[in-house]
Design a protein around this ligand. Sequence first.
Ligand SMILES: N[C@@H](CCSC[C@H](N)C(=O)O)C(=O)O
Length: 380
Amino acid sequence: DDDWERPNRPSKCTYKLNGDGLAPQASPHIHRDSYYRTGSIKPNILYCMNDSPLIRINRITKNDGVPCEILAKCEFFNPGGSVKDRIAVRMVEDAEERGLIQPGWVLIEPTSGNTGIGIAITCIVKGYRCVIVISEKMSKEKVDIMKALGAEIVQTPTSVSYDAPSSNYRMASKLANTIPKSHILNQFRNASNPIAHYDGTAEEILNACDGKLNMLVCSAGTGGTLSGIARKIKERLPDCLIVGVDPIGSILATPDEVNETSTAFYEIEGIGDDFLPTTLDRKIVDKWYKVGDKESFIMSRRLAREEGFLCGGSSGAAMYCAIKAAKEFNLTANMRVVVLLPDSIRNYMSKFLSDEWMIARAFLDTQTKSHDYTWFIIIS
Ligand SMILES: N[C@@H](CCSC[C@H](N)C(=O)O)C(=O)O
């Protein structure tokens, strides 16, 4: 953990992290009003990294017999295709304000891709060089997008623990210690990550819901999205249930016993981990659900087929758990759930969108290939 603290460059961060969670103080610059103004000409692409739509789920709730309203916070509408755009711009601007970086410097980040895409876009607009350290597990689509954005890519092996010398976290540290004028934003420890959601995403949800919200369902990777949104919601609506989503194979959920198959390989990208990031406040979650690859990818495909949503595997995981939680907590017709859908299907064209990829992993059988429906229409 301490590997992140570079003695020659002490942090000027004024936000304090509480070991297992965020300290209560909010950002000193809570509202960048111009970022949140709608209907205006945007000075650059960074001003579009917010204000995602909240869209009602219609067919999946009906088909699965869920009486309550489920609203999806559709983060795949962000310019980089994910919720991570929000933290990318916030971490960079907070670091600039603290005098930690200035244009021309090199920003290095260990990432499963989406934060990297957001940082690469931010680097273009602001004039930084971008070096991304990413595990080979992650999709070629994400790597190609970051290359298109001018990022330099360092790939690390898939099956190594976070503290192994060849992990992307350690590799990022090594690079930072050799590249002059470089800085790791470090989404896993950076308070600007959850605070971006405390100030932004949570406000958007609460404004749209006008005080009516019974349950929030959100997956965790760094935990910044879940912790930042949940903290603001609990302050305003203390009775709102917070549901966390963690893949089978990860260790983020509580109680620890639910992580019995910890550190097994899972295919879902961008959520879960084999260590507890400082940006995750596990205690703010009322109930965690563990979720597997197959049900997540099948639900992602259903989101496309039944709702017209083109989103990624972690969105399927969150939606699957939202349906499960709505049933288990007996949410009735007058109740409301918000589920956060983190990223776009664009990242996974060669993965769960491909029937061959799904069949090879036994996530799909040949009887239920996605194109069968088309053939059925042609034949009949
Ligand atoms: N280890 C996880 C990802 C951790 S969260 C990182 C974040 N989503 C990003 O975009 O960098 C995994 O296995 O995907």
